[in-house]
Structures are given as structure tokens and as C-alpha cells.
Design a protein around this ligand. Structure first.
Ligand code: OSB
Ligand code: MG
Length: 369
């Protein structure tokens, strides 16, 4: 298959609730959406998960657009591509910029699934018909409010609750949540807010029976995480530190984590995500699918990936209505009893909603050289 034209749009979607992490607050979801057209009339979509500011990784909406326009799209247009695994190889001479790369690769996976008459899940080798989901809740203004919000999502049936922690918002919050919800599968995500100097505090978190503690230390570290993991019973889950299957191998060999959160954008695309999944399975390391507050296209890709067998822990892929008044796909992603049905129809299994896409578009550019 050959891609003849790519349209890059910047969308801005208001979020229902502000999302606060150890770094700051997101009120609107601003992101790039790619539409790739083949010579024989298929259209595939990819969502770029980079945020406006480089707090989670170094990429931003603007750096991604620059990389797409000046480097990545020119490599892809009119190139004969038989399988999406080839995209990573075509990008080999371009370092990092994983989220920008993943946005094109995602569109190519969508096209490949359509061209071969499979669902995206099937094309990736996923067998599950439904997936278990959890929810990631931002930091709330007060502990009382945090308990109320957690209670609401437990009642909705989510299979595990993740709360964000940061220095000054950690042991007491988790302790009070545990008192309120003694048996609920719960975990905490620090987004790299601590260092080994906080070891005593992190050891206190070890007493609450958390499923895991996500990325407590620096975003590019695997050495201090190994030192910390030796002193904790609770498994450490790495998020920011894992950008490739090689990173996963090194972290697992060092004993830096017991669990890995796989995000398609962070690792440069679905092909690398599947490799990490397979490697972790061979090492007995459970994985789950992380989230980037995606709109419908990215969410559909996460659902397809989560249908692979070693995604044994509930991920962060909540329903569309948790994030947005209106999503850009139909039907929207619906969670019932803490699960999402994996679409079995050809492609991503959800229809892009043209009207909504146009409504949320703030700028666009077409590439067909
Ligand atoms: O660390 O997992 C994270 C959102 C944005 C950036 C980083 C993270 C998150 C989440 C929310 O935890 C996941 C979601 O609901 O999409
Ligand atoms: Mg995280």
C-alpha cells in the first residue's frame, strides 16, 4: 500500500474535569490528529499523544508537527509499505520523537487492518473479546473530595483505582483512602516526583497493600528504581522510564520494576508496544495499557492493544464520557461493569465523527508531495 496524502489537524477539546498530576493541571486536550489516504482510497487515522507542554516527555504538539512535516511525512509518502512493522525501520535514521512517529505508525496500522479485512485487535494478535479497565484520577483540592471522587468510580464498576501522588499529597491521602475503601484494588502514580532521599516516605506507602507504585523516581532512571525496589514489597511499575523493548529488558534485568505500563506513543508505536508485551510475557512481568487522556482514535488503538494476552492488569482506558462531553468517534467508548468490548469489525472498529472532528479543529495542513 502507498500513502498519497496525509492531513495533520490540531484539535482542542474541552475536558470535563481538570486533570492534575505532580506536575500541573490540564484543562483542555490539545493534540494532533492524522488522516492518511492511500492511493486506493482507504483512510487511516492516528492520534498523536504529545501534550502542549513537555512535562511528561520532551515532545510537544509543536515539536511533533515540526517532526511530522519536516522529517517523518516525507519518508512515508508514496513509499510502498507491506506491513506496519516497516514504518519503524523507515524512521530508523531519525532519533527519538516517539510520539510523532507513533502517530503515523498508528494510521498505517489502521490502514493495514482495513486492507487485510481484520480488526485492529486481530491484526495485532489480540484475542480477548473484552478488556478490564481501571481509572486514573487526578489530584483533588481536598482529601474529602478525593475520597468522594474515588467512591464514585468504584460505584461505576472500574476494576482498579489509580490516584496521583506528589510530595505533600501522599501518605495521608493513601491512608485515608485505604480506611475508606479497604479492599479496593488501588495504586498510586507519582509521575517522577520523588528521589531516593524520600525512601522513608516511600516505605510508608508500602504498608497500604497497593497493587503497585507507578514511576516514583526520575523519568529517565532505572538504577535508583532498582535500589528502591529492593526495599519495597509493593511492585514498582515503570511508565516514563520505558521507551523501548531494550529499556524494558534492561529494567527487568536490573530488577527496577515488577510491572510495566505500556503507552503506544511513549514507545514509538504499536509494533514496539507489541514487542514489549511479548518480552514481558516471556519474563513473567505483567503489563497494562497506560493512557494519555486520548480522544477516540487513540482510545480505540489502546483498546485493540489491550486485547493481547499479557495485558493482565486493568489499564487506564476509561470510557469517552469520563473525559469529554463529545468524543470524535461513534459509537463512543463505553465501560460497563468495568469492561470494554473489543470491536470485532474491520479496522479500529469505531467511526471517526467528521462533524466533531471539524468542530474541534483549530488548524490543519495537507501534505501530498
Ligand atoms: O502518568 O499515566 C500517566 C495522563 C497524562 C499523562 C501521564 C499519565 C496520565 C494518566 C491518565 O495517568 C491516563 C488516562 O486517563 O488517560
Ligand atoms: Mg504514569
Amino acid at each position: 500500500m502507498k500513502i498519497q496524502k496525509i492531513i495533520v489537524r490540531q484539535l482542542k477539546m474541552p475536558m470535563k474535569h481538570p486533570f492534575t498530576t505532580s506536575f500541573g493541571t490540564i484543562n483542555d486536550k490539545t493534540f494532533l490528529l492524522l488522516e492518511a489516504h492511500t492511493n486506493d482510497g482507504l483512510v487511516g487515522y492516528g492520534e498523536c499523544v504529545a501534550f502542549e507542554a513537555p512535562w511528561y516527555t520532551e515532545e510537544t504538539v509543536k515539536t511533533c508537527w515540526h517532526m511530522l512535516e519536516d522529517f517523518l511525512i516525507p519518508v512515508i509518502l508514496q513509499r510502498d509499505i507491506v506491513h506496519p512493522d516497516e514504518v519503524g525501520k523507515l524512521f530508523k535514521g531519525i532519533r527519538k520523537n516517539k510520539m510523532a512517529k507513533a502517530s503515523i505508525e498508528g494510521a498505517v496500522w489502521d490502514l493495514y487492518a482495513q486492507a487485510t479485512g481484520q480488526s485492529l485487535a486481530q491484526a495485532l494478535g489480540g484475542k480477548k473479546e473484552k478488556i478490564d479497565v481501571g481509572i486514573s484520577l487526578g489530584i483533588q483540592p481536598t482529601i474529602e473530595k478525593q475520597i468522594e471522587v474515588v467512591g464514585k468510580y468504584i460505584d461505576e464498576g472500574y476494576k482498579r483505582i489509580k490516584v496521583k501522588i506528589k510530595p505533600g499529597w501522599d501518605v495521608e491521602v493513601i491512608q485515608k483512602l485505604r480506611e475508606a475503601f479497604p479492599d479496593v484494588p488501588m495504586m498510586a502514580d507519582a509521575n517522577s516526583a520523588y528521589t531516593l532521599k524520600d525512601i522513608n516516605l516511600l516505605k510508608q506507602l508500602d504498608e497500604f497493600g497497593l497493587m503497585m507504585i507507578e514511576q516514583p523516581l526520575t523519568y529517565d532512571d532505572i538504577v535508583d528504581h532498582a535500589i528502591l525496589q529492593k526495599q519495597l514489597k509493593t511492585p514498582i511499575c515503570l511508565d516514563e522510564s520505558i521507551l523501548s523493548v531494550e529499556d524494558a529488558r534492561k529494567a527487568i534485568e536490573l530488577g527496577s520494576c515488577g510491572v510495566i505500563n505500556i503507552k503506544i506513543g511513549r514507545v514509538g508505536g504499536l509494533s514496539e508496544a507489541v514487542k514489549i508485551h511479548d518480552y514481558c510475557r516471556s519474563k513473567g512481568i505483567p503489563v497494562w495499557c497506560g493512557g494519555m487522556l486520548e480522544a477516540g482514535i487513540g482510545r480505540a488503538h489502546n483498546i485493540a492493544l489491550t486485547s493481547l494476552s499479557n495485558f493482565v492488569l486493568p489499564g487506564d482506558t476509561a470510557g469517552s464520557s469520563h473525559y469529554f462531553e463529545e468524543d470524535i468517534i461513534e459509537p463512543e467508548v463505553v465501560v460497563s461493569d468495568g469492561t470494554i468490548q473489543v470491536p470485532q469489525t474491520v479496522g479500529i472498529g469505531y467511526k471517526p465523527k467528521r462533524k466533531a472532528i471539524e468542530k474541534f479543529t483549530v488548524s490543519l495542513k495537507e501534505y501530498n508531495y
